[in-house]
Design a protein around this ligand. Structure first.
Ligand code: TXA
Ligand code: MG
Length: 342
């Protein structure tokens, strides 16, 4: 599709599928989503089925008009108005008490609902034409890295859903920031493209859920049920190495050598600055000076490690600032919390 001017006939066909309870994958500015009518229980149930997603992990409801926020949430505090007027449409999801029109399946039985207004023209056109809010998780199989291209969606779900809208490349590459507004101060449940620094500049203190700062989710009572599942996990065993670049390099070389001696196909995910590291497969994600570029590439690279049969890989940690916090959060999850600090 033309990502800036989505073709009307195609959008109309996709909207028709949504209206009759079907599923359509579509691009957003963060990652590709797997959409269904958020108010239709059966349609939402199908999303859980095709993704093989556990039923207690709730979906984000996507809207294209501000009015729908007031229909979906039973209460919209002032702080929500402030946030949405700055960050919507865009990659911020807010969690609010849900209204009666939102079915249990959509929220995984929670008393709250997560809502976001995406900025991608294809996503907006689809929601508008469907005339219903669209529940959409990332369009990957549960446990796989989120899809940043239509071909990733096809790899995971081809043949299982009715339509994939190919809008080309995404903009951010990591999923939306999720902020819970039912606590005071608000709690960051998932770091994303809207950074903590930007949120705090607007609304003051935001508390970071322990999972966001690297606590293994299994030990926590999950506030955002998505936290407790292993995510973004490739088949390869991964270890994240963080610390001073010279020390990180030395540690990566040492571990790679050790694994290589065991006969494993080894990989490395590194920044431009470490691109000359030796491994069977070296994936360069971008410069340390351009974290936005790293964010855009990270999920694709995790998929490529699998495609190339890598059994073990080291990943260079980056500074957890701005969108870097979101990248590190996804990497640490992908590595099942195997992190070495040197
Ligand atoms: O960027 C995104 O948010 C993408 C695109 C498609 O919009 N969607 C996405 O959805 O990442 P998903 O389902 O992969 O992740 C939704 C996250 C999960 O961690 C889930 O637990 C959390 O949002 N969530 C959803 N509803 C919630 C609620 N009521 N309370 C707390 N967390 C919630
Ligand atoms: Mg997901």
């Amino acid at each position: 599709m033309n990502p800036l001017r989505p073709e009307k006939e195609v959008i109309e066909r996709a909207a028709e599928i949504i209206r009759r309870g079907g599923i359509v994958a579509f691009p957003t500015e963060t990652v590709y989503g797997l959409g269904a009518n958020a108010l239709d229980e059966n349609a939402v149930r199908k999303v859980f089925e095709v993704k093989q997603r556990p039923a207690d992990n709730p979906l984000i409801v996507h809207i294209s008009r501000l009015d729908d926020l007031y229909l979906l949430a039973s209460e919209v505090p002032e702080i929500a108005n402030k946030l949405v007027s700055s960050f919507w449409p865009g990659p911020l999801t807010i969690v609010l008490p849900r209204s009666e029109i939102v079915p249990d399946v959509t929220t995984g039985g929670l008393w709250t609902v997560a809502i976001r207004m995406p900025s991608h023209p294809v996503a907006r056109a689809l929601i508008e034409a469907s005339e219903v809010p669209i529940a959409a998780p990332s369009a990957n199989l549960a446990g796989k890295p989120s899809p940043t291209s239509a071909s990733h969606v096809f790899q995971d779900l081809g043949g299982k859903i009715e339509m994939i809208l190919d809008g080309g490349e995404i903009i951010h590459g990591v999923e939306s920031t999720v902020l819970d507004l039912t606590t005071s101060p608000p709690t960051l449940l998932r770091p994303g493209p809207v950074s903590v620094e930007e949120l705090e500049a607007l609304i003051g203190k935001v508390s970071l859920h322990p999972v966001v700062v690297g606590e293994p989710e299994e030990v926590l009572v999950a506030k955002s049920p998505g936290m407790k599942y292993r995510h973004y996990a490739p088949e390869a065993e991964l270890v994240v190495i963080e610390g001073r670049p010279e020390l990180v390099r030395r540690k990566m070389e040492e571990i790679l050598l050790e694994k290589k001696m065991k006969g494993l196909k080894v990989g490395a995910v590194v920044t431009d600055e470490m691109a000359n590291l030796q491994a069977d497969v070296v994936k360069v994600v971008g410069s340390r000076k351009n974290v936005r570029e790293i964010a855009k590439n990270i999920f694709r690279v995790l998929r490529e490690l699998d495609a190339e049969g890598v059994r073990f890989a080291v990943i260079e940690g980056i500074e957890p600032k701005g969108i870097g916090l979101a990248v590190m959060n996804r990497l640490v999850k992908a590595a099942g919390h195997r992190v070495i600090r040197v």
